[in-house]
Design a protein around this ligand. Structure first.
Ligand SMILES: NC(=O)c1ccc[n+]([C@@H]2O[C@H](COP(=O)([O-])OP(=O)(O)OC[C@H]3O[C@@H](n4cnc5c(N)ncnc54)[C@H](O)[C@@H]3O)[C@@H](O)[C@H]2O)c1
Length: 321
């Protein structure tokens, strides 16, 4: 039997990004990914915007409306996707648990702007026996998983030293990469703020920070979204260099090798090895992992506890500015 899915919030990441895309290989929203996965039925959506509800009904069918409690009670979903603006995530999670009995909630990142609310969300899901995952979607991308395997096997040696460039706030876009670095390099052990940077929107901030993870140190540097989006990680290992570029669209490994012309030097090999990525279908991979979680299988999806750890370290950075 298919798992019934209710989307809370019908904006860009829920439905908008690929709404006008005709390429069936592109799946960058929850709606398209769940609608195309055989294990799920996309049953409905909640949004205060009547136009968003109309677009949902026209494209995907099913129930759509502004009343969250009504949507939850009418559909009794197995899976609730919380894709409303961040300040409303906590309310949506609590409403989902109050008015339905979902088996799994997939919440957009960051969990919340408030550590207290985020802790309450994780605790409430645990108490209700509802699985909670957070959509730090890079953790299920095949190229990212290949890097993780190489780090675990020592093919990419540690300790690493690196740089992360991010734009659009440390809690929002920066948290994707902080969470990814925790996935690769282990927990944040300590940090020091290099430059407080500027506030970004009402709740976010853009510092430059030196961060020590279990397996290496990374300098987070804020670029400016108004100039261009920039999300890039370069990790220098004892045996080579990993470049995670274009927000993850391109991953390149260059092993250290003897210089063919000057054998007394060791250099980075050229042109390097492209590690295959599947960015266009990223949200579909998330959906597939949700299905695996519902079958009790292991998954690299970000758990509520992992997302809480990411949020805690980022809010500690904010407090230190
Ligand atoms: N994982 C990712 O890669 C990714 C990408 C983009 C956004 N996000 C996150 O997803 C969330 C939504 O971002 P977006 O860019 O889609 O925003 P958006 O502004 O495009 O969409 C938000 C939608 O939620 C609706 N809404 C507002 N208040 C609501 C409420 N109380 N209940 C239900 N719906 C409500 C709005 O009408 C709007 O349609 C944010 O938390 C953001 O950080 C994650």
């Amino acid at each position: 039997m298919k798992h019934k899915v209710l989307l809370i919030g019908l904006g860009q990441v829920a439905m908008g990004y690929d709404f006008d895309t005709t390429d069936p290989g592109v799946m960058s929203t929850h709606a398209r990914a769940f609608a195309n996965h055989e294990d799920f039925e996309l049953a409905g959506g909640v949004d205060p915007d009547a136009g968003a509800c109309a677009r949902f009904r026209q494209r995907y069918g099913g129930w759509a409306g502004a009343d969250m409690a009504e949507g939850l009670r009418t559909l009794s979903p197995d899976v609730v996707v919380v894709a409303s603006p961040t300040q409303y995530h906590a309310e949506a999670v609590q409403m989902a648990l109050r008015h339905a009995k979902p088996k799994l909630i997939l919440c957009e990142k960051p969990l919340s702007y408030s550590l207290e609310d985020a802790r309450a969300m994780v605790a409430a899901c645990r108490e209700a026996g509802c699985l909670l995952y957070v959509n730090y979607l890079r953790r299920v991308e095949p190229g990212v998983l290949e890097v993780k395997r190489r780090l675990q096997s020592g093919t990419i040696a540690t300790p690493l030293k690196g740089v992360l460039w991010y734009t659009k706030g440390l809690l929002h876009n920066g948290s994707h990469f902080s969470n990814l670095l925790e996935f690769w390099l282990g927990p944040v052990e300590k940090f020091s703020v290099i430059n407080a940077g500027r506030p970004f929107g009402e709740a976010d901030f853009e510092p430059d920070v030196q961060v020590k993870f279990a397996a290496g140190e990374v300098t987070f540097l804020a670029a400016r979204e108004e100039h261009f989006s920039h999300h890039e990680i370069q990790l220098v290992a004892p045996n080579g260099c990993l470049r995670y570029e274009q927000g993850g669209g391109k991953i390149l490994w260059q092993g250290a090798a003897r210089d063919p012309d000057f054998p007394e030097y060791t250099v980075l090999s050229l042109p390097g090895e492209r590690i295959a990525t599947e960015g266009a279908k990223l949200q579909w991979h998330v959906t597939d992992h949700v299905s695996a979680c519902l079958r009790g299988q292991s998954s690299s999806l970000c758990s509520g506890d992992d997302a809480l750890r990411t949020l805690k370290s980022l809010l500690e950075m904010k407090a230190a500015l």
